[in-house]
Design a protein around this ligand. Structure first.
Ligand SMILES: Cc1ncc(C[n+]2csc(CCOP(=O)(O)OP(=O)(O)O)c2C)c(N)n1
Length: 399
C-alpha cells in the first residue's frame, strides 16, 4: 500500500493499463471439469477438480473442521429462525445456503485482519471466534450494538445497505498508513452493489490502493428484487471499471471460496490494492423472518439450488476421499445439537437492558443534550409507573 501520509494523496500505483487489471494470481480460465463461469474446486456432485490458479492444501483436521464449521453454523442459524418464529427474537436473517461462502472466506482470514459485515455474516462471526449468543442479543433487541469490535476485529452488523464498504475502505487506508500488513474485508450482498456507497468505496479503495477485499455474496436476491434487476453485467466485472481485479467463485464451494479469498487477501496485504470477489450462492430461506419468498420465486428454482447445497457436496467429498467417516459426521451433528440447546437457553435468559441504556454510548463523554433527553425519558417512564395496571389495561392507553 502506498499512500503519501504527508499529503494524504496516493503515490502509486500509476493508472492501470488494460493488461494488468487481472494479475496472474486471478486467472479467469477454468479447466475442463470445473464450472466454466467461476472458480470451482469441488463440483456439486462432490468431485474434486483442479484449477491452475487456485489450490488448497490443508491437513486432514483442517479439512474436517471446515465441515464442522458449516454444520454448526447452519444449526445455530436454524435455531435463530425457530426462536424468531417463537417470538423470542424480533427478527432473524438466515444464512442458510451461504455457509461455504462464509466459512471459506472466514477461514482465509488472519487474526489481525478486520471484518466489516452486513447482518447475515453469522458464519464469518463464527470463524472469528465470536460467541453466537452475542449475535442473538442484537436480534433480540437487548443490546444497542452487539459486541466490542476490537475483541475479534469483527465490526458491528450494519443494517444500512452498503454503508460498511465505506467504513472498511477508510479503515483499510488507516491500517496501511499505520504500516500494518493486515487486510480488511467488507461483506455485502448483490443488492448492495446498487448503492452509491459501494460505488464510492470501490473508487476510493482503488485510487488509494487500500488493502481491502470486497466480498460480495451474490445470493440472487435483494429481498424480492432478483439479480436481473440489479445489474446488466456480472458483478465481478464491475471491478475492472474501477481499476482493480475482480474474480468470480462458486460460492457454494467452500474450498474454492477459501482459495480465492486467501489469494485476494495476499494481493491486498502485499500492496496490490483492492480485489472484488463475487461468490455466486443462493439464500435458501427468506430474506428475514418477516419475508415470504414464495411470493417472488419458484419452488423449482429453490430445488435446483438445494441440489447444489454446500454442506452436502462437501460431506460427499470428505467421505469419498476417506478424510472423514460417518462416526465423525454423527459427532458433529451431536455437537451442533448441543450448541443449539445452549443458544436456546441463553437467549431466553438474556436480561432486558435498562431503558435508559440507549443514552449511554451516544457520545464517548457526557453531553448536555443527551442528558436532557435522558432526564425527559426517565420522567416519561415514571408516568407509566403511576398508572395502576387495571387502569392502563382497561383503557388500552399508556402501553
Ligand atoms: C440504504 C438502505 N436501503 C434500503 C434498505 C432496505 N433493505 C434491507 S435489506 C435490503 C436488501 C439487501 O440485499 P443484498 O444487498 O443482496 O443482501 P442480502 O440481504 O441478500 O444478503 C434492503 C433493500 C436498507 N436497509 N438500507
Amino acid at each position: 500500500m502506498t499512500v503519501d501520509s504527508a499529503a494524504g494523496a496516493p503515490t502509486a500505483p500509476a493508472p492501470h493499463s488494460e493488461g494488468d487489471l487481472v494479475p496472474e494470481d486471478f486467472p479467469s480460465v477454468q479447466p475442463p471439469g470445473g464450472h466454466p463461469d467461476y472458480v470451482q474446486l469441488l463440483t456439486p456432485e462432490g468431485r474434486r477438480v483442479e484449477h491452475p490458479g487456485y489450490s488448497v492444501d490443508l491437513s486432514h483436521d483442517e479439512y474436517r473442521s471446515l465441515y464442522r464449521d458449516m454444520v454448526l453454523t447452519r444449526r445455530f442459524d436454524a435455531e435463530g429462525t425457530a426462536l424468531a418464529r417463537q417470538g423470542e427474537l424480533a427478527l432473524w436473517a438466515s444464512l442458510a445456503g451461504q455457509e461455504a461462502a462464509q466459512i471459506g472466506s472466514g477461514r482465509a482470514l488472519r487474526a489481525d485482519d478486520h471484518v466489516f459485515p452486513t447482518y447475515r455474516e453469522h458464519g464469518v462471526a463464527w470463524c472469528r471466534g465470536m460467541d453466537p449468543l452475542s449475535l442473538f442479543g442484537l436480534f433480540r433487541g437487548v443490546t444497542h450494538g452487539g459486541w466490542d469490535p476490537k475483541e475479534r476485529n469483527f465490526h458491528l452488523y450494519t443494517l444500512v445497505i452498503g454503508a460498511q464498504t465505506l467504513h472498511a475502505t477508510g479503515y483499510a487506508m488507516g491500517v496501511a498508513k499505520d504500516g500494518a500488513d493486515s487486510a480488511v474485508v467488507a461483506y455485502f450482498g448483490d443488492g448492495a452493489t446498487s448503492q452509491g456507497d459501494v460505488a464510492e468505496a470501490f473508487n476510493f479503495a482503488s485510487v488509494y490502493n487500500a488493502p481491502v477485499v470486497f466480498f460480495c455474496q451474490n445470493n440472487h436476491y435483494a429481498i424480492s428484487e432478483s439479480i436481473e434487476h440489479q445489474t446488466r453485467v456480472p458483478l465481478f466485472q464491475r471491478a475492472s471499471g474501477y481499476g482493480f481485479p475482480g474474480v468470480r467463485v462458486d460460492g457454494n464451494d467452500v474450498l474454492a471460496c477459501l482459495a480465492v479469498t486467501k489469494a485476494a487477501l495476499e494481493h491486498a496485504r502485499s500492496g496490490g490494492g483492492p480485489v472484488l470477489v463475487e461468490a455466486v450462492t443462493y439464500r435458501m430461506g427468506p430474506h428475514t423472518t418477516t419475508d415470504d419468498p414464495t411470493r417472488y420465486r419458484t419452488s423449482a428454482e429453490e430445488d435446483e439450488w438445494r441440489r447444489k447445497d454446500p454442506i452436502d457436496r462437501y460431506r460427499t467429498w470428505l467421505l469419498d476421499a476417506g478424510l472423514a467417516d460417518q462416526a465423525f459426521c454423527d459427532e458433529v451433528d451431536a455437537e451442533a445439537e448441543e450448541l443449539a440447546r445452549r443458544v436456546r437457553v441463553g437467549v431466553r435468559q438474556m436480561p432486558d437492558p435498562e431503558p435508559t441504556a440507549m443514552f449511554d454510548h451516544v457520545h464517548a463523554e457526557g453531553h448536555a443534550l443527551v442528558e436532557e433527553q435522558r432526564a425527559g425519558f426517565v420522567e416519561y417512564h415514571a408516568g407509566f409507573a403511576d398508572a395502576t395496571p387495571a387502569t392502563a389495561a382497561g383503557s388500552g392507553e399508556g402501553r
